[in-house]
Design a binder for this molecule. Structure first.
Ligand code: HPA
Ligand code: ZN
Length: 341
């Protein structure tokens, strides 16, 4: 199929991906290949029947399938292949900087050593830096459906690899697992020098966003869709320019929104919120960065200026140094001088 004018424009934008779960980039084809070489039986007998199961009514239905898929990852090579496949794919979409989440507990719970997981991911990130010219940061996420004690064990395991890890995240089942449950582990993590972010206000209420800010002291909110329920919170997000990492296709697939026309990104930009666009779990939600820009751009008729703002915000919200941020942002600006929408 020929790509549209809008798709071509989006392809050309230099982009930063800041909300990506590496386990969520596990494409069915690679999953079957790794399952075969590790002699692990999957619940589904074909790629087609697995893909048919990708039909979610909420976050938990997705998580059940996402954790099941990750069970075939055993060896360092598996984690390397997973990460490398993602990086090659996004490089082809002109993504030049990534900040990648990994969920160590999904693997350590099954007896896979922390170092096996991180070695594989790290080696692929380093290869991408050299061969694909993609810069990166790595974010270790705690699973919020597990206990505080489990999170402390994970923090402990991460210490020998501290120099490879830039930040800490909080993901998995949001409802019933408020940020307050993790106040102490976030404090301990920050003391280790990690930056901190958390998923909040995806399915959970606006109070969870307040808690993430006030109790966890996060510097970025992942999702945060629900902030529009609270004017005072919007004011705070604008005032402090706290970024929200939005994931439009994820929101649609997990029924956070009913249709793309309802996506809050345009309203957030209008209000001055530092909104950014990412893919979350691209292998499960039907698209990588280009597709996540395209869907709201089309549904909401985003203007050229709004698209440019989103791309600039991606770099602003990143953990790159000021000089690198400026370099990328000026490339985004020059690019938009060459296109008309
Ligand atoms: N929300 C919470 N946990 C997750 C997600 C998400 O969107 N993706 C992977 N783990
Ligand atoms: Zn996420």
């Amino acid at each position: 199929m020929e790509s549209s004018h809008l798709e071509n424009i989006i392809q050309g934008i230099p982009k930063a991906e800041l909300h990506l779960h590496i386990e969520g980039s596990f494409e069915p084809e690679l999953m079957f290949e790794i399952a075969k070489r590790n002699k692990i039986a999957l619940k589904y007998d074909s790629i087609e029947s697995l893909k048919k199961a990708y039909n979610f009514n909420n976050l938990q239905e997705f998580l059940d399938i996402y954790y099941a898929g990750a069970q075939v990852l055993i060896h360092e090579q598996d984690f390397f292949d997973l990460t490398w496949a993602y990086l090659k794919k996004v490089s082809s979409q002109n993504v030049v900087h990534v900040e990648v989440f990994f969920d160590p507990q999904t693997h350590t719970e099954r007896g896979i050593a922390f170092e096996v997981v991180i070695n594989g991911i790290y080696k692929a990130l380093e290869k991408a830096k050299k061969e694909l010219n993609i810069s990166y940061k790595l974010i270790m996420s705690y699973l919020r459906h597990l206990s505080e004690e489990e999170a402390f064990k994970t923090l402990e395991s991460s210490i020998p690899f501290k120099h490879w890890i830039d930040g800490i995240g909080l993901d998995s089942s949001e409802l019933g697992n408020p940020p307050s449950k993790f106040a102490r582990i976030f404090e301990a993590s920050a003391k280790q020098g990690y930056k901190v972010v958390a998923h909040a206000g995806e399915e959970g209420p606006v109070e969870y966003i307040w808690e993430a800010l006030d109790l966890l002291r996060v510097i970025r909110i992942d999702h945060g869709n629900r902030c529009l329920d609270d004017d005072k919170l919007v004011h705070r997000l604008v005032e402090e320019q706290i970024p929200l990492t939005l994931c439009p296709l994820s929101n649609l697939e997990l029924k956070v929104i009913e249709k793309m026309e309802d996506h809050p990104v345009a309203e957030m930009l209008d209000k001055g919120i530092l909104a950014t666009i990412h893919s979350d779990d691209p292998a499960y939600f039907g698209g990588y960065m280009n597709e996540n820009y395209y869907a709201p751009a089309k549904a909401l008729n985003l203007t050229k200026n709004q698209l440019m703002q989103l791309a600039i915000n991606g770099f602003k919200a990143s953990w790159l140094g000021d000089e690198d941020k400026e370099k990328h942002i000026s490339k985004v600006r020059s690019y938009f001088e060459t296109v008309s929408l």
